[in-house]
Design a protein around this ligand. Structure first.
Ligand code: C5P
Length: 227
């Protein structure tokens, strides 16, 4: 069977990663969560006081970008790769609402995007990859054989994310999560460099009223039609 590239883009908390992971597993493909890369750079910026304090210092972050080393390491038990920032597993820390608050501002920075897009393109050289994010079908892999654009109502997305954070014992309110989801979508859709938008040839996938099983089956069938 020919290996293809699958690009999954869409709004925040549409469940892209859950479905992308399942699809990669079923096809024997590599799964890459590009949001984790933007989140890890954001964590680095927060730890160094470049964002999240009184004044942002994006210039200082840009200067230190060459010192950021990101790596994905496959975790057998979990069944997917976890992200490492300069040798440290930051998978848990990057998922907090605190990091979510700043990530879209870091993702607007042209130099950050260039650095991460280059790494992502390298990862996809050999195909057999499912990558999710915001600009995968438009910028990273414009020639991907299968492109999906996921969406769902903001309330449904916020509720799913809220439950996920509660499960992880984070103290959050539904209102805060909804505000964060809407704010990120606004920044992501309006930024100058590679904004979030549906590629002309992407399949629109609204999962507001769809369970996981149905989502997986539909996606898997889309992939089988091409492979
Ligand atoms: O996918 P996730 O919600 O974890 O992504 C976090 C943030 O990273 C997004 O809200 C967006 O600002 C940024 N991002 C991006 N381009 C990507 C992936 C994520 O700008 N390809």
């Amino acid at each position: 069977m020919a290996k293809i590239t699958i690009a999954i883009d869409g709004y925040s908390s549409t469940g892209k990663s859950t479905i992308a992971k399942q699809l990669a597993k079923a096809l024997g493909y590599v799964y890459v969560d590009t949001g984790a890369m933007y989140r890890a750079v954001t964590l680095f910026a927060m730890r160094n006081g470049f964002i999240g304090g009184q004044n942002d210092n994006i210039g200082a972050l840009v200067k230190l970008l060459p010192r950021i080393k990101l790596k994905f390491v496959y975790n057998e038990t979990l069944g997917y790769a976890e992200i490492y920032l300069n040798g440290e597993n930051v998978e848990r820390e990057i998922r907090t609402l605190e990091v979510s608050k700043y990530v879209s501002r870091i993702a607007e920075v042209e130099e950050v995007r260039h650095m991460l897009v280059d790494i992502q393109k390298d990862m996809g050289m050999e195909k057999g990859i499912v990558m999710d994010g915001r600009d995968i079908g438009t910028v990273v892999f414009p020639n991907a054989e299968l492109k999906i654009f996921m969406t769902a109502s903001p309330e449904k997305r916020a509720y799913r994310r809220y439950k996920e954070l509660l499960d992880k014992k984070e103290e959050v309110t539904y209102e805060d999560v909804l505000a964060n989801v809407e704010n990120r979508d606004r920044i992501d859709s309006n930024r100058e460099f590679s904004p979030l938008k549906r590629a002309d040839d992407a399949i629109l996938f609204d999962n507001s009223d769809m369970g996981l099983k149905e989502q997986f089956e539909r996606m898997y069938n889309h992939a089988l039609r091409i492979i």
